[in-house]
Design a protein around this ligand. Structure first.
Ligand SMILES: NC(=O)C1=CN([C@@H]2O[C@H](COP(=O)(O)OP(=O)(O)OC[C@H]3O[C@@H](n4cnc5c(N)ncnc54)[C@H](OP(=O)(O)O)[C@@H]3O)[C@@H](O)[C@H]2O)C=CC1
Ligand SMILES: O=C(O)CCC(=O)C(=O)O
Ligand SMILES: [Mg+2]
Length: 738
């Protein structure tokens, strides 16, 4: 080994496809990194690992799991952090329940998930599970703002090898339906704290005052927003939307973020299930609730529970009758009869809306055919982005990936900014009354009159996060020279406060004239015009639009968000390198298990790795880490050029084959470079062995494709079994593990 940097880079262990990919890729990365003394340390932030970590006293001593997420949460506030973060499951209740059952079956004595906790013990258990549920990882690690863009090599590859795009026609009946009032957008109020303060949230009703939350200590300069979704307005909107879908003759599709907005959106999802099955709930509401049926967990769980009820068969046939009679539902899997309303985490707006837009405004119907769809997005804060995208494509036809420019994103994300940090302060209101945000002196800052069942939430945005977001924006603009647009709506309460904050900063930086400010719909049209003309732009957005746009534009421009570079410059100096902008692709696991083909593309991991290594080089003054990072980039470019990315179908190359090629090209690039003779010499033998044994390795990797494999579990896989499936080449393993 050469002289060492003694740097630790964290590689996260997550779930589903990225976890499987890591079983093959991480040993390869370690083989390269150890050459310059970088220790690639794993931290388990999988759903199963996180569940075990919150129940130590329930477990036998040898089964107790360390709380790796909490440790990483501390690390990311330090300058030492260098974390490669793979996508993880943000669990819905059905996923959480399934993971708990799997762990119990494996001998972990953890308690059941209490659906309706009734004792102090159950309430404690429930609150621990709630801390694991939904988007519980990303907000903890994202101690910085977000910089996401398609790497130049990826963009160039897509322009030369365009992915398929559906055809848009002017007479498409696809549309976006959203609320015109009574929603989060229209009820929003916003204030900026002038001094450090400690806030409380009080509900005053006929029964007196109740504190919903207190002790909310916030620094001066925090923007505090509060708003609510009226249940009555939502119900009337949903019933109208079902009616207009029937009139349009389109599919009914609901697009929510029940994972990240883990308190509000499952409730809204549940109202949509109730609205769609309204006659069943009218006839059997009481029996259903006595049987513990909670539509917030989706139609799938509901049908399982109904099957156990004494008159379950009769209710089931009424449901089947309604599914046949009401507007057809957009399907997740029409072969298996899984609808959009089955599981709250199956249709997630950031990925699902771009899929519809890419397909020419089409979704899959129950008959297995594509059809136009009514995309129902209840809250109108961000629905106009998709509505305007639909309008634009109807007018202009689909995007041409061969000529399109690119939309990059700088997202305000640090310190749990905006709505995505709101779940601890989101409440389903128990009784009519007033909800007030009150400061330490007792002054009411914000007040809303609410009805029972309304969903009220408070969100906060810290000034230091905003200042850093503007700095990051100006740095990217200076580097690229791209047109820079802040997607902010002056007529929206939160955005107006944000504008008051950023305007002086832009002015002081002499940048006020260099940027534009546009409301989301206008900005959407402008961004499409820009990329249709082959030009590039930077979309500077809040946290939710960061999430939405970094799937939307990549999926249209380069066919996937898996190949995005996703860098989080941590505010205290460290680096968090997310792998791609997409999720954990549960469908891919199913294909691997059935056919031994993993179509997961690790390009996001490769890009994050290259950035992470360069970050070691830059922050530690370690030239060899720069060489390792730059050669990893060269390997990525070659991998794309040679078409060695995974194919979708068994028989084509898969994830494992792409890892081999990445290793080969990386070793070759290292052997060929002239910046470090020592590294060239160190990697020459590996490069030559990988090249000379390529045929054997390729054949060993391909053995057994098409046959079912056993991973020993889904959420809690068996390490040995996964390694056997993901590392099937003894020849490659011998070179990597040597
Ligand atoms: N950063 C994070 O931790 C994130 C986590 N998630 C979580 O991931 C889970 C699934 O989310 P979902 O919304 O379904 O989105 P996914 O991105 O997992 O899946 C959508 C589709 O995108 C394609 N895709 C995504 N990544 C890749 C890749 N690396 N290689 C090839 N294709 C890819 C696949 O398309 P096809 O099937 O056509 O091949 C896939 O079916 C949820 O639990 C969600 O919460 C979601 C987003 C980010
Ligand atoms: O944390 C999550 O639940 C998903 C995050 C996500 O979709 C994103 O960051 O793009
Ligand atoms: Mg996303």
């Amino acid at each position: 080994m050469s002289d060492t940097t003694q740097q630790t880079v964290i590689y996260t262990v997550t779930d589903e496809a990225p976890q499987l990919a890591a079983a093959s890729l991480l040993p390869i990365i370690r083989r390269f990194a150890r050459e310059i003394g970088i220790d690639m340390a794993e931290r388990d932030i999988s759903l199963a690992g996180r569940i075990l970590a919150v129940f130590p006293e329930y477990l036998d001593a040898d089964k107790v799991q360390s709380d790796d997420l909490a440790r990483l949460g501390e690390l990311v506030t330090t300058a030492d952090a260098n974390v490669i973060k793979l996508p993880n499951i943000s669990a819905s209740v059905p996923q959480l329940v399934a993971a708990v059952r799997e762990l119990q079956d494996n001998g972990f004595a953890i308690p059941d998930y209490p659906e309706a906790p009734s004792s102090d013990e159950e309430r404690d258990i429930r609150s621990r599970y709630d801390s694991v549920k939904g988007s519980a990882v990303n907000p903890v690690l994202r101690e910085g703002n977000s910089d996401r863009r398609a790497p130049a090599a990826v963009k160039a590859y897509a322009q030369a090898n365009p992915h398929s795009m559906g055809k848009w026609t002017a007479d498409s009946k696809t549309r976006v339906s959203t609320m015109s009032g009574g929603d989060f957008r229209s009820n929003e109020r916003s204030v900026t704290l002038e001094a450090d303060d400690t806030l409380s949230i009080i509900h005053e009703g006929a029964g007196g005052a109740t504190t919903l939350k207190d002790g909310l200590a916030l620094p001066a300069g925090t923007i505090v927003d509060a708003t609510f979704m009226s249940r009555n307005a939502l119900l009337s909107f949903l019933s109208d939307a079902i009616e207009t879908t029937a009139q349009d003759g389109t599919l009914f599709s609901l697009h929510m973020k029940a994972t990240m907005m883990k308190v509000s959106d499952p409730i809204i999802f549940g109202h949509a299930v109730r609205a769609y099955l309204a006659p069943v709930f009218e006839a059997h509401g009481q029996a259903l609730s006595e049987a513990g049926v909670n539509p917030n967990a989706g139609l799938g769980t509901m049908l399982d529970q109904i099957a156990e009820m004494p008159n379950g068969d009769a209710i089931r046939s009424e449901i089947d009758g309604l599914l046949a009679e009401r507007p057809p539902l957009y399907m997740v899997n029409s072969d298996k009869g899984i609808t959009n309303l089955h599981v709250p985490s199956d249709v997630i707006i950031d990925a699902s809306m771009p899929a519809v837009l890419r397909a020419g405004g089409k979704g899959w119907g129950p008959d297995g055919n594509e059809a136009d769809t009514n995309c129902v997005i209840p809250d109108s804060s961000y629905a106009p982005v998709y509505a305007e995208a639909v309008n634009f494509f109807k007018e202009n036809g689909a995007l041409d990936p061969t000529t399109a420019g690119t939309v990059q994103n700088i997202g305000l994300m640090a310190k749990k900014a905006e709505e995505y940090g709101s779940h601890p302060t989101t409440f389903e209101i128990p009784a009519a009354g007033t909800v007030k945000v009150v400061d330490a002196a007792g002054t009411v800052l914000i007040s809303h009159d609410v009805e029972a069942g309304d969903i009220w939430r408070m969100a906060t945005t810290r000034r230091e996060a905003v200042v850093n977001w503007v700095e990051l924006t100006l740095a990217r603009q200076a580097l690229t020279g791209y047109k820079t647009v802040f997607w902010l709506d002056k007529t929206r309460a939160h955005d107006a406060e944000l504008l008051k904050m950023i305007t002086p900063q832009l002015e002081a930086a002499g940048a006020l004239e260099k940027v534009s400010i546009m409301a989301p719909a206008e900005a959407t049209r402008d961004a499409f015009k820009t990329i249709f003309a082959g030009e590039n732009t930077i979309a500077v957005t809040g946290n939710v639009l960061r999430d939405y746009l970094t799937d939307l534009y990549p999926i249209l421009e380069v066919g996937t968000s898996a190949k995005m570079l996703s860098v989080v410059k941590l505010m205290n100096g460290g680096g968090l390198f997310e792998t791609g902008a997409g999720g954990s692709a549960p469908k891919h696991v199913q294909q691997l298990v059935e056919q031994n083909h993993l179509r997961w593309d690790s390009l996001g991991e490769f890009c994050a790795l290259a950035e992470s290594l360069r970050f070691v080089g830059e922050t530690q003054g370690e030239a060899k880490a720069l060489v390792l990072g730059n050669t990893a980039d060269a390997a990525i470019t070659k991998l794309l050029a040679e078409g060695k990315s995974p194919g979708r179908k068994v028989g084509q190359d898969d994830n494992r084959d792409s890892h081999f090629h990445f290793a080969l090209y990386w070793a070759e690039a290292l052997a060929a470079q002239t910046d470090s003779a020592e590294l060239a010499e160190a990697f020459a033998p590996l490069a030559s062995d990988l090249a000379s044994k390529a045929d054997t390795i390729r054949a060993e990797l391909k053995a057994g494709r098409g046959e079912a494999v056993d991973l020993g579990g889904y959420y809690f896989t068996d390490f040995g079994k996964v390694a056997a499936v993901m590392r099937p080449s003894a020849t490659l393993n011998a070179l990597i593990d040597a």
